[in-house]
Ligand binder design. Structure first.
Ligand SMILES: Cc1cc2nc3c(=O)[nH]c(=O)nc-3n(C[C@H](O)[C@H](O)[C@H](O)COP(=O)(O)OP(=O)(O)OC[C@H]3O[C@@H](n4cnc5c(N)ncnc54)[C@H](O)[C@@H]3O)c2cc1C
Length: 797
């Protein structure tokens, strides 16, 4: 079927291409050197190697006393130390937080860091876990957005142009401040129509120009041969070549956790599993008696305990949940969030190269789809469909199928991506908002929006991960003005390295291997997930008892996550539930739900040791985790499993819970079970009369005659032709498996498969050869069996 690839009018495209090629060429000649950077003065102050963050109990203690005088360090910002009594506070003003931030996603954590690093007294509460909302469910790109640039040019939209430029600058800050968690990624735009080549090339060059001195590597084009070398799985039919451009990629939830820890190291009170349930107002004499927010009720969702937190201002950084908090302020307020779900799927790593992504800028329905290497697997997405707001939205099957279809369009027909290859699938809600202060309140804001209600609630929503820092800076500036706060200076977050980034280097993992005797894959993973904190994680690693590796017991042989990470997550990163660990501290559930389910009993045991869980608590942790895994694509049948079932299977659940169900077929990764393979081998051997490992024309004539068919060379030829795609004149066992796979998955029947199936059903063997047992069947039976249906005797597939 024809797919509309052209997503803009041809003539405009050509004019635009020509213009941008000219500008691009000029840029090529005069482009700035990559080495030039604004960021050579990054904050070198770092938490010492033995820095351990305040415990959650200490954080809650501060929250309960409304931050009653948080001890300030001599230099730098406040640091949560001992909670002092109210009488010990230096002044009455110390008795409240400057800011209470609601929401611990990218926006909330980024804002907390910005405010705390300016010396403000900050608390940030998150009702679930840090990054449990959209911030762990993104496409993981740190980007300006090539598609937005296209929009800016074709709609001559200067605002859009500025937004892309700002995001490109932030992209560079992002990569500089969190070097361990983010990196450059080349992305290929495959090109199947010649005129698209100058168009895409020019567009990507313009993207480079816009980034200016913050640019990464320059975009380049390559011919078909090189494109196929770089991306061997690509469909080569009609391929003209490709354009490669660069963007950033990161580990979103780890980035979020690193922001939380950095904010904590600057003195912010960061508390997860604490929900804002109410906002309190009182008349403000300074504003003519207007009712203004002065406190919020919060609830510790781990214990149910509730208390009041006093503050000068409340920042609503709850993304897609913004309306919920806005309604705590004004119950009748009009909703501003237009939630839209974006689904991603994770596929095994053999579907894409390890170091290059792919972008389809115009899918069959005009959307953009990315196909990117990530954490050792491949992720593909995303969709965009209206939804309702919920904490863990479940990806719809039709969205998963749409992504699979789009991916198949790009891959070689030999590479058959199947439903069973989807290792994990998740849905994130875009925090798209309408600005309540805008004249046209129906139109969505393009980027982010800051709105301050009459009662003083400051809502920051929209934007993207890439621009979290700039959004935070703008938010804190607005808060300082609105609430009359006294910071110790302007924002410095452009120069603050995040926890883990200070002493990190790309080769740090080698020292980890040398010092701890870790596997290379494990050492790399620790270095790229924890940065310089990897030393602390490695020092908690148990010995393996083997000659190599010496340390680091994995949860699963398939992924480099080690048991020490669960201890570290509890002790140093506020992980309180099994889901916190499998979804945000590590990314196991995003990579493979089945493996996560298998690893859960061990994760729960270790966290249980750290947090003192009894049997009942362990079981409820397991049930909650399974409920969460449902939103990550765990098949319905498996969600009925209990801790004891999985623990008994010793980390190898196989098709446990799926047996005898349609699900077992749908979610099977290998096309055939071991039993099926041995049956197919038997079938093959039965048909291969002369035992030469080939089913040839003679073998077929023999088989048909034995079955009582009227076999001629001509019929045997035509039967063989249907399946002998390589025109070898025979079918070997590998072909036979392919034919059987087609039959199993797509019901691709042919005269050959028909014969093969009859063959097994009749247990054809040499004792009954020559005539065949069915030669004696009644004539009616024989007639039905002998009739090879027309549709199966030539082109039946
Ligand atoms: C599918 C998809 C793909 C994306 N891909 C990219 C990308 O590749 N690059 C990019 O730059 N951006 C991307 N984005 C955008 C980016 O992910 C979001 O802009 C960003 O994560 C939003 O963060 P947030 O903190 O505003 O919201 P969230 O991460 O949703 O955080 C809000 C938090 O508030 C908490 N909360 C709600 N109510 C309360 C309460 N009463 N008390 C306490 N806490 C509360 C929630 O539990 C939640 O954790 C993508 C978005 C989506 C949906």
């Amino acid at each position: 079927m024809y797919r509309a690839r052209s997503f803009m009018p041809g003539r405009r495209a050509l004019i635009a291409s020509t213009a941008t090629v000219a500008v691009g060429s000029a840029y090529l000649l005069y482009r700035p050197a990559y080495a030039e950077s604004n960021f050579s003065h990054l904050d070198k102050k770092r938490p010492g190697p033995l820095w351990s963050p305040p415990s959650r109990a200490q954080m809650l203690e501060h929250l309960k006393t409304s931050g009653t005088y948080i001890h300030r360090q001599a230099e730098g910002g406040p640091e949560p130390g001992a909670v002092l009594k109210k009488e010990e506070a230096e002044s009455e003003g110390d008795d409240v937080f400057d800011l209470l931030i609601v929401g611990g996603g990218a926006t909330g954590a980024g804002t907390a860091l910005d405010a705390a690093s300016r010396g403000l007294k900050v608390a940030c509460v998150e009702r679930d876990d840090f990054a449990s909302g959209t911030s762990s469910k993104s496409t993981k790109l740190v980007h300006g957005g090539v598609r937005y640039l296209q929009k800016a040019i074709f709609e001559l939209d200067y605002e859009q142009w500025k937004l892309v430029k700002e995001a490109l600058k932030e992209r560079r800050v992002f990569l500089e401040t969190a070097p361990h968690l983010s990196h450059m990624l080349p992305i290929l735009l495959p090109i199947y129509t010649w005129w698209q080549l100058p168009y895409y090339y020019a567009g990507c060059k313009l993207y480079d120009i816009l980034a200016g001195k913050e640019n990464m590597e320059s975009a380049y084009w390559m011919g078909k041969g090189k494109a196929m070398e770089a991306f061997p799985m690509l469909k080569d039919e009609g391929l003209v070549g490709g354009v490669v451009y660069y963007d950033g990629q990161h580990n979103d939830s780890r980035m979020n956790i690193s922001l939380v820890m950095t904010a904590a190291s600057h003195g912010a009170i960061m508390a997860n599993h604490v929900e804002v349930t109410q906002l309190h107002k009182r008349p403000d004499p300074a504003r003519g008696g207007e009712e203004r927010i002065y406190a919020a009720s919060v609830k510790d969702r781990m214990t149910g305990e509730e208390w009041k937190v006093r503050c000068r201002g409340v920042i609503n950084a709850t993304g897609p949940f913004s309306d919920g908090v806005r309604k705590l302020d004004e119950p009748t307020t009009k909703e501003i969030v237009a939630p839209s779900a974006g689904v991603h799927i994770t596929l095994p790593n053999y579907y894409g190269p390890k170091t290059m992504g792919l972008l389809d800028p115009a899918t069959s329905d005009g959307r953009v789809i990315f196909f990117l290497p990530w954490q050792g697997n491949v992720i593909a997405g995303t969709t965009d469909s209206p939804t309702t707001v919920s904490q863990n939205p479940v990806p719809q099957e039709k969205e998963i199928q749409w992504i699979l279809d789009e991916v198949r369009n790009y891959l070689s027909p030999d590479v058959k991506v199947r439903r069973g290859d989807v290792l994990s699938a998740w849905s994130g809600i875009r925090p798209l908002v309408m600005d309540p202060a805008a004249k046209n309140t129906q139109s969505l804001v393009r980027n982010h929006m800051i709105n301050i209600s009459k009662g003083g609630l400051l809502t920051i929503a929209g934007g993207k991960w890439t621009t979290y820092r700039a959004m935070a800076e703008e938010t804190v500036d607005a808060a300082i003005k609105e609430y009359g706060l006294k910071p110790n200076g302007p924002s410095t977050t452009e120069h603050i390295k995040l926890v883990g980034g200070h002493a990190w280097s790309k080769t740090m993992y080698i020292k980890l291997i040398q010092q701890f005797g870790l596997e290379t894959e494990v050492a790399k993973h620790l270095s790229e997930s924890y940065g310089d904190r990897a030393w602390t994680v490695a020092s908690m690693a148990a010995t393996t008892g083997q000659s190599w590796p010496l340390h680091g017991v994995r949860f699963s042989p398939l992924y480099p996550y080690i048991e020490a990470e669960a201890r570290y997550a509890v002790r140093a990163e506020y992980a309180l539930t099994a889901v916190d660990f499998i979804a945000r501290r590590t990314r196991l559930s995003f990579l493979n739900v089945q493996v996560t389910l298998e690893a859960l009993p061990r994760v729960i045991d270790i966290m249980g040791e750290e947090l003192g869980w009894d049997r009942t608590k362990k079981e409820s942790e397991f049930d909650n985790a399974v409920e969460f895994l449902k939103s990550m694509g765990l098949p319905e049948q498996s969600t009925k499993l209990k801790l004891a079932d999985v623990a008994k299977s010793h980390g190898n659940i196989g098709t446990l819970g799926l047996a005898d169900s349609e699900d077992a077929k749908l979610y099977a990764r290998a096309q055939f079970t071991p039993d099926e393979v041995s049956n197919l081998k038997k079938q093959f051997e039965d048909l291969d009369f002369d035992h030469d490992q080939h089913i040839s024309k003679d073998d077929l004539i023999h088989a048909m005659t034995t079955m009582g068919y009227n076999a001629s060379t001509e019929i045997a030829d035509s039967v063989l032709r249907e399946v002998d795609f390589g025109r070898k004149g025979f079918v070997d066992f590998q072909d036979y498996l392919d034919i059987a796979a087609g039959l199993k998955e797509l019901q691709l029947e042919s005269a050959f498969t028909h014969l093969a199936q009859l063959d097994t059903s009749r247990k054809l063997n040499h004792t009954k050869a020559q005539i065949g047992e069915h030669a004696t069947d009644s004539s009616e039976q024989r007639d039905t069996r002998r009739k090879i249906p027309v549709e199966r005797s030539g082109g039946g597939t």
